[in-house]
Write a protein that binds this ligand. Structure first.
Ligand SMILES: NC(=O)c1ccc[n+]([C@@H]2O[C@H](COP(=O)([O-])OP(=O)(O)OC[C@H]3O[C@@H](n4cnc5c(N)ncnc54)[C@H](O)[C@@H]3O)[C@@H](O)[C@H]2O)c1
Length: 344
């Protein structure tokens, strides 16, 4: 992008929100991306802000995230504050003309996300990347490459499994879909190379007298080209964290196998450790995402999930929420893509 392009020096980055995910991004940008320097941090938790600052040497610390966005030393912004702040902060980055990597979801509704897309289209070039980082997971990429090679014929079915170990509190249907299943909704589009035109959601609440909560959500998908799909998103499996996808084509099938730990045989048992959380499972993907983003800032060639992808994942999330509420399938009117978002 022009304000960072063609510079051999490091890109000066400000990170907003330095909790679990933000701290990992700070770590990766500091230790895994040579071309990046974290110069500014923002968090409303002053103690946490100081603690993370000592790990990266950031000079500018803010309780107000908008002050970070407008600081002249900050060339690009990474947003890892809670979901409800994403849309407003991303809009502020666009208004300031600063490239931004916004954690998912881009917004809480498709209407909010659309306003970001419209603002970016008015500027005429991409400044926003969304943290839908499965695009950088080596296992997902291998499956995607096989599907795109055409070896397995036309994709007929997508299956995504997203298992979370457990939540500290019961989650609402809306929260599960916008915060967690949004990753799977994006994978379902990106990996199949097709748009979803109908969703049908059923779910198991945490308790029968709390139908607003969802412990396990099942999303059925229908694609424009005739394929079908299914996403299982379990918020409280109780045993660890797993994300996998399987795509069935006309002449074969390909699936990820996320278990990277050794197979251990001991006392008449054979098994593998399941990963603990997303930071373990997607350790490589977060690093590759940060490297690709910083490279894109230097070259001016955008990468990864765009604001458009963030927007369409919210169009699907809205439809999933409507289906969960009504118990009925919901058709999705997929808008036509704006030119700046076409992937080559
Ligand atoms: N891509 C992924 O796989 C992935 C994984 C986990 C979380 N996330 C996303 O990252 C974001 C952060 O999640 P987390 O797990 O780190 O949460 P967290 O609660 O651990 O961290 C959030 C941080 O933001 C700070 N904060 C709150 N309001 C703020 C404000 N107005 N300005 C600046 N800072 C503020 C909090 O004090 C906290 O330190 C969320 O949007 C979440 O959806 C993405």
């Amino acid at each position: 992008m022009s304000n960072c392009a063609n510079r051999s020096k490091q890109v000066r980055i400000g990170v907003i929100g330095v909790g679990g995910m933000g701290a990992r991004h700070v770590h990766n940008l500091t230790h895994e991306v040579n071309a990046a320097q974290v110069v500014a941090l923002s968090d409303v938790d002053a103690a946490r802000l100081q603690q993370i600052a000592t790990t990266c040497g950031a000079s500018y610390l803010f309780s107000d995230p908008y002050a970070l966005i407008h600081h002249p030393e900050v060339e690009a912004v990474l947003i890892a504050a809670p979901d409800r702040f994403h849309a407003g902060l991303t809009q502020a980055c666009l208004e300031a003309g600063k490239p931004v990597l916004c954690e998912k979801p881009l917004a809480l509704t498709s209407a909010e996300a659309r306003r970001i897309v419209d603002a970016e289209v008015r500027r005429g070039r991409r400044l926003v990347q969304v943290g839908l980082m499965r695009e950088y997971d080596p296992a997902h990429l291998r499956v995607k490459q096989i599907i795109d090679s055409g070896k397995l014929g036309k994709p007929l079915a997508f299956r995504g499994v997203h298992i979370n170990g457990g939540s500290l509190s019961w989650r609402t249907v809306e929260d599960v879909i916008t915060n967690s299943a949004v990753h799977d909704l994006h994978s379902a589009r990106w990996m199949m190379g097709d748009e979803v035109v109908r969703v049908y959601v059923s779910y198991v609440p945490y308790s029968t007298d709390r139908p607003d909560t969802a412990r396990l959500v099942l999303i059925q998908l229908h694609y424009r080209g005739g394929a079908i799909g299914q996403i299982e998103c379990n918020m409280e499996a109780g045993y660890g964290y797993e994300v996998d996808v399987k795509i069935t084509g006309e002449t074969g099938a390909a699936e990820t196998n996320s278990l990277q730990s050794a197979v251990v045989r001991f006392k008449n048992q054979r098994g593998q450790w399941v990963e603990q959380d997303w930071l373990q499972r997607f350790e490589t993907a977060y690093i590759q995402e940060a490297r690709a983003w910083v490279r894109s800032l230097q070259t001016g060639a955008p990468t990864g999930a765009s604001a458009w992808d963030g927007y369409i994942s919210m169009v699907l999330a809205d439809a999933c929420i409507a289906s969960a509420r009504s118990g009925q399938p919901v058709d999705v009117a997929v808008p036509s893509i704006a030119e700046i978002y076409r992937r080559t």
